[in-house]
Design a protein around this ligand. Sequence first.
Ligand code: FES
Length: 104
Amino acid sequence: MTEQWFDVVPASELKPGEHKDFIVDDVDILILNVDGNFFAVENLCTHDGGDLSAGEIEGDEIICPRHGARFCLKTGEATMPPAYEDIDTFSVREKEGMLQVKME
Ligand code: FES
């Protein structure tokens, strides 16, 4: 399986507390800056396909705005029903000021 890093957005455009979604290699990915740490998760709630980009962040979890499921941003683990399946997470790094996401 081939891995590839994709340039997504300058790190300076995603301040602490902000998150935005991007299409990367045909996948809708949400990139988040939580207290200066960057995370990347698939922007798709496993309960019923909710758009997580409108969700609130609490600690290292994101809350689906539709029915309140929670997911860990570090592992993708579904931590609160009604979602029971994890979401995909992606490696994210900053290189020369650009945030990059690794896709397989
Ligand atoms: S679609 Fe996300 S909790 Fe239902």
